[in-house]
Ligand binder design. Sequence first.
Ligand code: ADP
Length: 181
Amino acid sequence: MGWAVYNEPRTKNRPVARQPVHLTAIYPGSFDPATNGHLDVIERGSKLAGRLIVAVLRNESKQPLFSTAERMEMLAEVVRPFPNVEVASFDGLLVDFASQCQASLILRGIRAISDYEGELQMALMNRRLRPEIETVFLMAGEQYSFVSSRLVKEIFRLGGDVSGLVPPAVACRLRERMASV
Ligand code: ADP
């Protein structure tokens, strides 16, 4: 026979998804700060790749609310439940960093059509620079389709409730940060 069916191992009658262990993916972004939308993409990505690197862009020129180190600390706490997810930071060309990490996939999240144009442009440029690296788009749960770091910061600044939009560790940091300004 030219084919075979592999029976997935099962726990409590639930099929266990198998990640291609050889595959490293990179999820780049500003994460200023990480939101539950990011977390949803991370969780989905952790099931697709054997190793997922969440890579914080060191973009101090964008005047982020949180420093790179703070953004990484928050992410490290948020990804703790996922053993195959790591946090790193980078500057310069994303594809060069991906290549250094031997990543063959770039993960990005798409919320709405408005994200699509910029993401497509970036994906095609990255493909031109390094054709061997593929960009994959993931859709977070629809309950996060309106969640962005920018909006979370704005709501928080104006005294709105951000619980449910960001992980508790991030909400705590936001409170500390806003209290000190
Ligand atoms: P950047 O500054 O590079 O856009 P972000 O930290 O805002 O980085 O986001 C990183 C990636 O995560 C982007 O691909 C963005 O579209 C995606 N993303 C952010 N928030 C969400 C969300 N709520 N649902 C799905 N994808 C998201």
